[in-house]
Write a protein that binds this ligand. Structure first.
Ligand SMILES: NC(=O)c1ccc[n+]([C@@H]2O[C@H](COP(=O)([O-])OP(=O)(O)OC[C@H]3O[C@@H](n4cnc5c(N)ncnc54)[C@H](O)[C@@H]3O)[C@@H](O)[C@H]2O)c1
Length: 335
């Protein structure tokens, strides 16, 4: 079978590709495990590192890279060219970018998502689709501190709005039998390697990454800021668990909030110091540099998630934050 990962040039797309290369199979149209014989990474841009990383192990299936825009309908349809196909839809403009470039956000996140659903609909059978949604689909005055799958979705960002619409379209395309979709509603995923990005949550990785790299971290939010976080290995395992879940167990709402740790910046710093001590790493400093725009966006988000529905479907319990830091050191600092 073929697997397409949109956003395959990004952080999670890259990690997911690696995991699927190692795993080698997924549930296919037969209902049983089928060998993955083709992987396509679809992305608007592949950095030199992403190009190199995707083909770094010659013993594993090498993915094809399709550099194209989700807003290009023909390009999206060209990627969905087999009936025995599964799609992980991770391509998205991030929250900060969507606030600044409304028209691009509508094209990339909404039009692109719909082209993908239509392309899957045009195939025989009901191909499985896993969509990366976000806790940014919640917000505003009605939002409780801890969100669950029964919390009303009233996003206060353009990014969050596109994620809610994506979830709703997937529910309806699945109800109609056009495809078999599942949405994972992600909290903030730590620890993203590389440089800070334009996500309003970028500091949540930066407060670990920059100090571990021996560099200063400029913190835009206050130190008692609480935030829901999940490790990158757990989210990749969650995407695969949702893909594999029995369709009869999904119910009529196919959007599943993932579990997370509710942690303050100050608590995160204490755990970081302990793990860095074990690994004999000299940490860079965390410097308070409040940013009212970032703080305002973060204030509109929940601080905790109830992932009980997703856990019942088989997604993993979140690893402790100390283990996430140890994974990052072993995957990105010592390689
Ligand atoms: N990382 C997190 O903390 C987090 C939290 C909540 C939700 N998510 C969601 O998970 C998914 C993956 O996140 P990530 O951290 O890997 O982000 P990322 O920014 O590293 O990857 C997203 C990829 O999408 C690509 N992309 C953007 N617009 C595109 C377009 N028009 N056409 C084609 N490709 C396009 C980007 O080039 C990028 O490589 C995204 O949908 C994101 O919204 C992530």
């Amino acid at each position: 079978m073929k697997v397409v990962i949109t956003g395959g040039g990004g952080f999670l797309g890259n990690q997911l590709c690696r995991k699927l290369q190692e795993r080698g199979t997924l549930t296919g149209p037969s209902g049983g495990q089928e060998e993955i014989d083709e992987i396509v990474l679809f992305d608007a841009y592949f950095s030199p590192e992403a190009r190199q990383g995707s083909a770094s192990d010659p013993t594993l299936l090498s993915p094809a890279l399709l550099e194209a825009d989700m807003g290009d309908r023909e390009a999206v349809f060209s990627a969905i060219d087999r009936d025995d196909i599964a799609v992980f839809h991770l391509a998205s403009m991030v929250s900060g970018e969507c606030e600044q470039r409304f028209d691009d956000a509508m094209r990339a996140n909404l039009d692109g998502g719909r082209y993908l659903l239509e392309a899957l609909r045009s195939r025989e059978g009901t191909p499985r689709l896993v969509f990366a949604s976000s806790v940014a689909s919640f917000g505003g005055e009605v939002m409780p501190d801890c969100v669950s799958d029964s919390t009303k979705r009233t996003p206060q960002t353009t990014y969050g709005m596109t994620k809610v619409i994506g979830e709703l379209m997937i529910n309806d395309y699945s109800r109609k039998g056009f495809l078999d979709g599942r949405s994972a509603r992600l909290p903030t995923i730590i620890i993203r390697p590389g440089k800070p990005n334009a996500a309003a949550s970028s500091w949540a990785s930066g407060m670990f990454r920059e100090p571990l790299n021996g560099e200063p971290c400029y913190l835009p939010v206050h130190r008692d800021q609480l935030h829901p976080v999940l490790g990158y290995r757990d989210v990749i395992d969650s995407f695969i668990a949702l893909h594999e879940a029995d369709p009869d167990l999904l119910g009529d709402d196919r959007a599943f909030g993932l579990p997370s740790h509710r942690i303050s910046v100050a608590e995160a710093m204490t755990i970081l110091e302990q793990v860095a001590g074990e690994a004999e790493i000299d940490l860079g400093m965390v410097v308070d540099e409040p940013d009212p725009v970032i703080q305002g966006i973060v204030d509109s988000w929940p601080t905790a998630t109830d992932g009980s529905r997703a856990l019942r479907l088989g997604v993993p319990e979140p690893k402790p934050v100390a283990d996430i830091i140890r994974d990052y050191i072993s995957d990105f600092l010592t390689s």
